[in-house]
Design a protein around this ligand. Sequence first.
Ligand code: RIB
Length: 299
Amino acid sequence: MRILSFGSLNIDYVYLVDHFVSKGETLSAKTLNVFIGGKGLNQSVALSRAGIVTYHAGAVGTDGQFLLDALVEAGVNTDYVRTRADVRTGNAIIQNNADGDNCIILYGGANQAIEREQIDEVFEHFTGEDYLLIQNEINNLPYIVDKAKLVGMKVILNPSPMDEKVLALPLHRIDYFILNEIEAFQILGEEHEDSFDGEQLAERLRVRFPEATIVLTMGGKGSVCLTGTECINQPIYQVQVIDTTAAGDTFTGYFLGGLLSGETLTDSMNIASKAAAIAVSRAGAMPSIPHKEEVKVFA
Ligand code: RIB
């Protein structure tokens, strides 16, 4: 069993600010750091660090070789990442405030230039034993889901960042949804409520997608996993928050890492919650993702 993580690779420009910039305002940042990121890349690294054989597929520009080097260093196979001379690597402008919260502007670049011919070539190397993991930072997602289903792969969707392209996906063909409450309300077409019940929200998703496993992450409120037979509520581990960037990606990678290594759902949720807690206690996207040994000893 292998995971094909078909997703974004970004250069993250992270600005530390007092508050998020407002309309018409010019704001001086306290620091600028350049990190390796992208939801796809982050989740591939978390999966690999969790012990799963991970193949990343996607695209970078010629300015993105260091992202591929970082993936290889993390043990991820990059044979199916294309380096394109005609586009820049995707990037993210991230404002980070003193509470560790962020605001992100994405420039898709090579992430939005994935061609069908590349997708066809990638899926020649995978079978029904394998899993596909996708987010919403690359183009041609419906085609990618079709190809995965043609070869019999299970499909895991992290519908982030949420927009109308997610709603246009064949969502009934998704086997696992890993999503936050904002994404959940939008997929259901419901108004967002501040005081919602996580279990009930996950249950409404299960009613809509009865074959799927639902993993709902709710920031400080913890997470819920719902299948046809089990419901697991997982609280968060309290840490000092430095930067929440890639916490969700770390959770996703470690949850799947646990599950696909044969851990119980309960243990997989617990491992994921520990890994995410470590990630928020550190700066940056990929640099914040812990190694498995660190997660094991985290209490
Ligand atoms: O989930 C965090 C990621 O979102 C960042 O690394 C940034 O690149 C954006 O894609």
